[in-house]
Design a protein around this ligand. Structure first.
Ligand code: NAP
Ligand code: GLV
Length: 306
């Protein structure tokens, strides 16, 4: 069995070494133009040339959860696209969302500003029931985040395409229940995949439906948000603040107004990083299963887009 590796922004060597340790009988090498036909590819945003030259690939293993960039390419119909299932990302997302939510709810940002001025002043306690948290996307990451937030006693709502039952979470589904979900939410967390149905879904109309004092945590993809809508809403007091991890253009240009806006916190697409060791072990397990004709989780439906 032959496996090729092509990782934009990542050195392939440590991945190749790790995969060789897991799959000692496989021939594993970095992809080069003109390489002989392989059985599987481990990729992050590969060039179209790789797919054109490798029509016999059985598995295309993405070293991330989101496959929007991969689905822009022309992938042979019989090649299965397989995403990372969690592999250590959901706990990172839970940390990020709980940290951001609690920092906002307990006003730790205000205490930090006071401390810089040597000012001893209390903030009035707020009630959790006044801060319902709505999570868009209840997949591998969203469900874990919803459960973590519920542990802190906040009301938790979720929105997905299909109906589902999650303990401690009020679930809304489909277009028909989207407005009710938004108008019941104060802190909105986006964990949807980027598809044609979700592009631009964070905009002045949808964000304008949140409860007063709405707060946005945008951690899935930059193209989910109509960026020009955000600052006017913050300046008009229609939103209380936003923490953004993903942007239309990454890296976010140094001159972008998001960096310096007092109600916006920016992080550099760091809410859930790919963890190499766990990811290699998961991908190797899936390749073994595929080779044995066993079912594999995380296979992407290219029509649905995730
Ligand atoms: P996932 O398991 O595929 O879950 C997607 C969820 O979104 C599902 O609950 C799905 O509903 C729902 N959904 C999809 N389309 C919808 C629509 N049109 N309306 C309503 N709900 C819809 O994805 P995941 O692993 O949780 O990851 C989510 C996204 O996070 C990824 O696609 C990626 O873009 C992003 N991400 C970002 C980072 C970062 O560092 N910033 C890291 C990892 C991932 P059903 O359950 O009904 O199918
Ligand atoms: C990162 O953004 C991922 O999709 O894994």
């Amino acid at each position: 069995m032959k496996i090729i590796v092509s990782l934009t922004d990542n050195r392939p060597e440590p991945w190749i070494e790790g995969l060789k340790a897991e799959l000692p009988d496989a021939q594993i090498e970095p992809w080069q133009p003109g390489a002989a036909q392989a059985d599987h590819a481990v990729v992050w945003v590969p060039p179209q040339q790789l797919l054109d030259e490798q029509p016999g690939l059985r598995g295309l293993f993405n070293i991330g959860a989101g496959v929007d960039a991969l689905l822009k390419l022309k992938v042979p119909a019989h090649t299965r696209i397989v995403r990372l299932d969690d592999a250590g990302m959901s706990v990172q997302m839970a940390e990020y969302v709980c940290h951001t939510l609690i920092r906002h709810f307990r006003e730790f940002d205000v205490y930090e500003a006071d401390a810089r001025e040597g000012r001893w002043s209390y903030r009035k306690p707020k009630l959790r029931r006044d801060f319902p948290v709505g999570i868009m996307g209840l997949g591998v990451l969203g469900e874990r985040v919803a459960k973590a937030v519920a542990q802190f006693g906040f009301p938790v709502l979720g929105w997905s395409r299909s109906p589902k039952a999650i303990d401690g979470v009020k679930v809304f589904s489909g277009e028909a229940q989207f407005d009710e979900f938004l108008s019941s939410t104060r802190v909105l967390v986006n964990l949807l995949p980027l598809t044609e149905a979700t592009r631009g879904i964070l905009n002045r109309h949808t964000l304008g439906k949140l409860k007063p004092g709405g707060y946005l945590i945008s951690i899935a993809r930059g193209a989910h948000m109509v960026e020009d809508d955000l600052i006017p809403m913050l300046d008009a007091g229609q939103l209380a603040g936003a923490t953004l991890d993903v942007f239309q253009v990454e890296p976010l240009p140094a001159e972008h107004p998001f960096w310096r806006h007092p109600k916006i916190v920016v992080t550099p697409h760091a809410s859930a990083r790919t963890l190499r060791e766990e990811s290699i072990s998961q991908i190797a397990g899936k390749i073994r299963a595929m080779e044995q004709g066993l079912p594999v989780s995380g296979v992407v439906d290219p029509i649905r887009g995730y």
